[in-house]
Structures are given as structure tokens and as C-alpha cells.
Design a protein around this ligand. Structure first.
Ligand code: ADP
Ligand code: MG
Length: 581
């Protein structure tokens, strides 16, 4: 093959792959352009999860009609003049790639009027080819409409995520920008439904309230920190307000939303010892430092940056967060220490030769005991599955308010009461034909969730209903819970519903068929007795009875073991009663 220079359209399409990977990346580029243009109002309209239409309108400075043709060319920018400028960038854009890239993979219409000009212009571009530029009577500002994204790059179309995922991403993006640019009024509409509207009055706490509910906003702690020319401010959650994932850690550096592992770990480090394992804070932090101390030209999407002094940044962020935490919340150091094992104890525990149950072939006698307990005859083969049943257990006692001790012909069993109860509830919930029994709340609870979570919740209402929760939509991003499963004991119903969906806001949302099991698993986790909870003897015995009836009594719905088995054989060997090997 002969070497040849690629036609401009092809080069643009290749570049487009880097800048605009998916609909949400287009939204990001267009919103950033509007911000750079000094807009006070930015409206975003989405159809077909962004594949059909992405329209961003702003009231910014606009583009003069002489420039409009240039804008469509690659590497055309008003924000950068010489290579040197790259080291002190104060705008969000600078590469001059976005518009050209987006226009090369869509039906693209740009309408704009520069401030001070009599009229504006409207340019139509199809797949990177300029079709027309006409004068147009429009208000000052810019409207960019992107239709049929990726229509001419079918390979890319195939790799797009589910529509629901894409919509969530767009919600999340606009939400964060609305927070970061609280002096700009943002409007987001998806599929004809208003999702978000902020006033632009510069009150971030008010926006948090709009997004997460006023109770949440009231609890968030403010961070205000300055050290030489670095400024860190924003909001962090108190240690009582946690999430089960780290997706709610947001960082803006010099007005740019970035993903940065170093910043996340500095933040988590500041919370260390305050939070339980597997729980994460919520934070949105805005860092300002001199532009020359950060390299923003690392990747075409500009979502990654490089700090000139990463170690210093790490230390500063940790200090800022720590200070924010200590200033506002009394730290329960005592309780943290109570749960820490002393090193000696820990060492001893490791020595302890306990092993998690590995189902072993059973003697015929044991099998018949199990069959009795289970009520159904089973084949020996089934015994070897990880889900195999357990022998009849004799209750012995409870230790540490956390583990139950039981004995069986084959040795000693230590049962984690929380994990075991989770399994029992899960089997009851999912084994039920039709709807779970509910109990009505005396006073229905109304609560608010962020737009992303709202989408998941509204699609899960039917499943929640089947599981015994009565939840209905009560307004935009607002819900009402009026009944809970009959099995439900204590706890705050609204908090349970919220925590049950918070994990689903993820990229890889499960298939519809799995959703019920996932939600049921989470609900059971919340409802199960906790470790550290003293149970009455009757309750302990009942728990063991119920566990014996489960189809997979040895693991909780999340796959953790519910019990540890110390076999007769193991005990005898440990005590030197039988030839220790
Ligand atoms: P960059 O933002 O990196 O400069 P873009 O391709 O995103 O590159 O935009 C090219 C140029 O088009 C910008 O530099 C700016 O001059 C102009 N432009 C794009 N969008 C807008 C807008 N909403 N308002 C005013 N000017 C805009
Ligand atoms: Mg740009």
C-alpha cells in the first residue's frame, strides 16, 4: 500500500474517537465551551440518551459570523495562541478539537450571534462536510445541536452503553458542573422531562439541597482552606453520612472536573479510622492553584491532569479535609478503639487454625440427618456443592454479641449472626410467590434523591413493591414510602430505600432479571440483625433453626461465609489427641 495523507474528514473522525467517546463526552465539551464563553445561563436538552439529540444553548459571548467557518476546522481555537500558553491555561478548552470532532460524526448545527453584532449565523455540517452558512436572526449566544451522533461511524455505535447508563452519566455531569459553577444557571431536560434547574445565585449549599435533599445539605461540612497559593474549598460529609461506593468523590481543579486517584486517596486517608471498612464519604471539592503548577494537556478528554508537586498536593488535601472534619464533628475515637483488636490478640487469631467450611463427603448417617432437616431427599452429589445444607445444629451460646456457637455430630460451628440472618431473610424474600407481606407506616415518609439515583429508583418501584415496600413518585426526584416489608424491624425506611439503590447508579447496571435479587440482597443486609447485637436465647435458637432450612445456609446472599466449621478431626489434632501432623 502506498503511503498517503489522510483526507481531513477521516483524520477528524479518528480524532473524534479520542475526544468524543460517547454522548456524555459531547455534552461535556459543549458545556465547557459555553462556560468558556462566559455564559450566565446554560440549557441542555437530550433526546434518545444523547444519540438522537444533544442541544446546548448559552447566552455567552457568541461567535462572530466571520469566525463561524473557522470553528469547524480542526485545531481552531480562540483560547490558545502559542505553545507556551499551554502552561498557563485558564479556560476549559484549548485544543480546538471538540467542535470539529463532534461535527465530523453527527448532523451538526451551530447557531450563534456574537455580542455587539446585529445578526447571527447558522452553519449546517453533515459528517464533517459544511453544507451551508446563512445569516440568522438569533439572540446573543450560541446554540449547538448535535443530531444522530455516530451515524457515520457504525463501529462506535455498537460500543455505546445502555441508554439508561448514558442518561445517568449526563445527569451526573450536569449536576457536578452546576455545583462547580454555582454562579451559572443550569437547566437539564432529558426526553422532555425537566431533570435539574439551578438558580445561579452562587449558593452551593442550596444546590446540594436541591440535588440531595435539604437534610443532606444541612449535614454536609464545609471545607475552607488556604495555604500559600493553593486554595481548597467545598463540601465533605460528616463521618455519620457514608456511602457504599466511592463514586461520590468529586474533584474540580481550576474549574475542571477531573479524575485523580491521588486526590481520592488523600481524601480517604483523611477519613481513615473514622469510617467502617467498605464505607465511603461524599465530597465535592474545588481546588485552585496557579495554572503553571498543573499540566492539563495529558489526555484529549482533559479529564486527567498532572500536578507539578503531587506529594505537596496530597498533603494539603489531606490536611484540608482533616481540618474540616475535626472542626465540625466530635470524633468518636473511643468507639473506634474499642473495635480495634490489640496486636497480640490479632496474632493469636491468625494462628488459630479455623477454616471456612469446605463441604466434604458426608457419612450416610449425616446425610440422613440433613435430609430430615431439609425436608427433601437429596442425592449425595448435591452434598458436594458449595450451597450444600448443614447438619442439625445444637445451640450452645453467643459470643461477643456477634457469633453464635453451635455443635453438630461433625464438630463445632461458629455462626456469624448478621450474615446468617441475611441469608434467612433473603430466602424468605425471594422464595415468596407473589408479593411480600407489607406493613403500612403510620406516617409515610417523603424523601429526595439525586437525579441519577432517581432514575434507578423510578425503574425499580415495581420490584420494591413486590418485595414489600410501597414507594411511589411524589414529585421530581422525590419519593414517598408508605409501607415496608412485614419482616422489617426498626431502622429508617427512607434511608433503607435510598441505600438500597445507591449502589445501582453504576455504569454496569444489571439486567432486569437480576435486579430483584440484587435489591433483595441489599434490603436484607439492612434488615438483618447486626454484629454486636445481643440476642435473647430464643432468638438465637430460632436463628439457627431458620438457617438450617435455607437452601444455601453456608453463605450470605453476597457470598460471604455465614459460618466457620471446626471439625472433630481438626479439634482432635489441635489438642494432640490424635497423631498431629
Ligand atoms: P476549544 O474549546 O478547545 O477552543 P472547540 O472545538 O471546543 O475548541 O471550540 C472551538 C472554538 O469555537 C472555541 O475556541 C471558541 O472560540 C468557539 N466556541 C465554541 N463554542 C462556543 C460557544 N458556546 N460560545 C462561544 N464560542 C464558542
Ligand atoms: Mg472546547
Amino acid at each position: 500500500m502506498k503511503i498517503h495523507v489522510l483526507p481531513d474528514e477521516v483524520a477528524s473522525q479518528i480524532a473524534a474517537g479520542e475526544v468524543v467517546e460517547r454522548p456524555v463526552s459531547v455534552v461535556k465539551e459543549l458545556v465547557e465551551n459555553a462556560i468558556d464563553a462566559g455564559a450566565r445561563r446554560i440549557s441542555v436538552r437530550i433526546l434518545g440518551a444523547g444519540q438522537q439529540l444533544i442541544e446546548v444553548s448559552d447566552d455567552g459571548s457568541g461567535i462572530s459570523d466571520e469566525d463561524i467557518e473557522l470553528v469547524i476546522a480542526r485545531h481552531a481555537t480562540s483560547k490558545l495562541q502559542k505553545a507556551d500558553d499551554l502552561f498557563h491555561i485558564e479556560t476549559l478548552g484549548f485544543r480546538g478539537e471538540a467542535i470539529a470532532s463532534i461535527a465530523s460524526v453527527s448532523h451538526f448545527i451551530l447557531t450563534s450571534r456574537a455580542s455587539g453584532q446585529e445578526s447571527g449565523a447558522r452553519a449546517v455540517i453533515d459528517g464533517g462536510k459544511l453544507i451551508s452558512i446563512e445569516k440568522s436572526g438569533v439572540p446573543t449566544g450560541t446554540v449547538v445541536s448535535v443530531k444522530d451522533l455516530f451515524y457515520n461511524t457504525p463501529a462506535r455505535l455498537k460500543f455505546l452503553k445502555r441508554e439508561q447508563t448514558e442518561r445517568q452519566q449526563i445527569d451526573g455531569l450536569i449536576t457536578r458542573y452546576a455545583m462547580a459553577y454555582s454562579n451559572i444557571s443550569f437547566t437539564l431536560e432529558q426526553e422532555g422531562k425537566p431533570i435539574l434547574r439551578t438558580s445561579g445565585n452562587d449558593d452551593r449549599r442550596e444546590i446540594i439541597g436541591q440535588l440531595y435533599g435539604s437534610e443532606f445539605a444541612r449535614q454536609m461540612l464545609e471545607v475552607e482552606f488556604e495555604d500559600n497559593d493553593v486554595e481548597i474549598n467545598g463540601f465533605i460529609s460528616p463521618i455519620s453520612l457514608t456511602r457504599s461506593n466511592r463514586r461520590e468523590l468529586t474533584f474540580f481543579v481550576n474549574g475542571r472536573w477531573i479524575q485523580d486517584v491521588m486526590l481520592s486517596s488523600a481524601l480517604l486517608k483523611a477519613y481513615q479510622t473514622f469510617l467502617m471498612v467498605g464505607r465511603y464519604p461524599v465530597a465535592i471539592l474545588f481546588i485552585h492553584l496557579p495554572p503553571e503548577d498543573v499540566d492539563v494537556n495529558v489526555h484529549p478528554t482533559k479529564a486527567e491532569i498532572r500536578f507539578k508537586h503531587p506529594d505537596q498536593m496530597f498533603a494539603l488535601l489531606q490536611r484540608a479535609v482533616r481540618r474540616g472534619l475535626l472542626a465540625f464533628s466530635p470524633v468518636p475515637l473511643v468507639s473506634v478503639n474499642t473495635w480495634k483488636l490489640d496486636p497480640e490478640h490479632e496474632a493469636r487469631q491468625l494462628d488459630w487454625n479455623a477454616h471456612v467450611i469446605q463441604p466434604e463427603p458426608k457419612s450416610p448417617a449425616e446425610i440422613s440427618i440433613m435430609q430430615e432437616a431439609n425436608g427433601t431427599p437429596q442425592t449425595t452429589g448435591a452434598m458436594n456443592l458449595p450451597g450444600a445444607t448443614i447438619p442439625l445444629l445444637r445451640w450452645v451460646g453467643q459470643i461477643g454479641g456477634t457469633y453464635l456457637i453451635a455443635e453438630a455430630p461433625d464438630g463445632l460451628y461458629l455462626i456469624d449472626q448478621h450474615a446468617a440472618h441475611e441469608r434467612i431473610l433473603f430466602d424468605k424474600m425471594t422464595g415468596q410467590q407473589g408479593k411480600m407481606e407489607s406493613q403500612a407506616l403510620l406516617e409515610p415518609q417523603v424523601f429526595q434523591v439525586p437525579p441519577q439515583a432517581s432514575r434507578v429508583l423510578s425503574e425499580s418501584l415495581e420490584i420494591l413493591n413486590k418485595l414489600g415496600f410501597e414507594v411511589d413518585e411524589f414529585g421530581s426526584n422525590t419519593y414517598r414510602v408508605s409501607a415496608v416489608p412485614a419482616l422489617f424491624t426498626g431502622g429508617d425506611p427512607a434511608a433503607v430505600v435510598r441505600s438500597v439503590i445507591e449502589d445501582c447508579e453504576e455504569d454496569e447496571t444489571p439486567l432486569a432479571g437480576q435486579m430483584e435479587a440484587i435489591l433483595a440482597g441489599r434490603i436484607c443486609k439492612r434488615m438483618a440483625v447486626k454484629g454486636g447485637q445481643i440476642l435473647a436465647t430464643d432468638e438465637q435458637k430460632q436463628l439457627i433453626r431458620d438457617l438450617e432450612l435455607c437452601t444455601s445456609p453456608r453463605t450470605c446472599p453476597h457470598g460471604r461465609p455465614t459460618m466457620i466449621h471446626l471439625s472433630v478431626d481438626l479439634l482432635e489434632r489441635q489438642f494432640g489427641r490424635r497423631g498431629a501432623r
